[in-house]
Design a protein around this ligand. Structure first.
Ligand code: ATP
Length: 199
C-alpha cells in the first residue's frame, strides 16, 4: 500500500487495542515490535551476525536468541548497545518497508512505540497518536504486566513525552475513556483514512 498511517503512543496507551480495531476492518497492520522479533528468528542472517559479534552466549542451546543474555551483555556497555542498534535498525527498517509495500489494503497501519523517536514517521502520510494521561499509562501497564512503578517510569523516560507526541500527530485518539467507546471513534478515523487514500 502507498498510504501509510503511523500509529504510536506511550507504553500502555492502547496501541494494540486500537490497531486491533483497524485490523477487524481488514486494514493491514505492520507492527514494529513483531518485526523486531522476526529479524532475529533462527535462519535469519542477522542472528548469525549477532552471534559472531557478541558471542554464542547470546544463544539458547536450541539456537534461538537468548534475549535476557543479550540484554544483560549490552546493559552496562553503551558502545555494545550502540553496536547492537547499528545492526538491528537497518534489518528492522528493511523488513518494515517490504511489509508495508506488500500490504494489500486501501491504507496500511505502521504501529511502532518509537515511531517518532526512530523517525519511522518519515514513511507515513498521517500519524495517529493514542493518547492517555501519564497516570493512566502507568496504572494500565502495571496492571497488565505486573511490573512496578520504577520499571514503567524507566520505559517512559526512554520515550518522547506526551506533549512531544501530541505536537507531531496529525490525528489523536483519546483512550482515557471506557474501551467500549473506542470502536465508533476508530470507525470515524477509518472512514477519514479511506477517503484520503482514494484521492
Ligand atoms: P505497549 O506499548 O506496552 O505494548 P499498548 O500501547 O499496545 O502497550 P495496550 O496493550 O493496547 O497498549 O493497552 C494497555 C492495557 O490497557 C491493556 O491491558 C488493555 O487491555 C488496557 N486498555 C486499553 N484501552 C483501555 C481502555 N480504554 N480502558 C481500560 N483499559 C484499557
Amino acid at each position: 500500500a502507498q498510504f501509510v498511517v503511523g500509529l504510536t503512543g506511550g507504553i500502555g496507551s492502547g496501541k494494540t487495542t486500537v490497531s486491533d480495531l483497524f485490523a477487524t476492518r481488514q486494514i493491514v497492520v505492520v507492527d514494529a515490535d513483531l518485526v523486531a522479533r522476526e529479524v532475529v528468528e533462527p535462519g535469519e542472517p542477522l542472528l548469525d551476525t549477532l552471534a559472531d559479534t557478541f558471542g554464542t552466549d547470546i544463544l539458547h542451546p536450541n539456537g534461538r536468541l537468548n534475549r535476557a543474555a543479550l540484554r544483560q551483555l549490552v546493559f552496562s556497555d553503551s558502545s555494545k548497545k550502540e553496536q547492537l542498534n547499528q545492526l538491528m535498525h537497518p534489518a528492522i527498517r528493511a523488513r518494515l518497508l517490504s511489509q508495508l509495500e506488500e500490504a494489500r489494503s486501501p491504507y496500511v497501519i505502521l504501529s511502532a512505540p518509537l515511531l517518532f523517536e526512530n523517525q519511522l514517521d518519515t514513511y507515513c502520510l498521517r500519524t495517529l497518536v493514542v493518547d492517555v494521561p501519564e497516570s493512566v499509562q502507568i496504572e494500565r501497564t502495571m496492571q497488565r504486566d505486573d511490573v512496578d512503578l520504577a520499571q514503567v517510569q524507566a520505559i517512559m523516560q526512554a520515550q518522547w513525552s506526551r506533549q512531544q507526541r501530541l505536537d507531531k500527530a496529525t490525528e489523536v485518539i483519546d483512550n482515557s475513556l471506557p474501551i467500549d467507546t473506542l470502536d465508533a471513534r476508530v470507525e470515524a478515523l477509518h472512514q477519514f483514512y479511506l477517503q484520503l487514500s482514494e484521492q
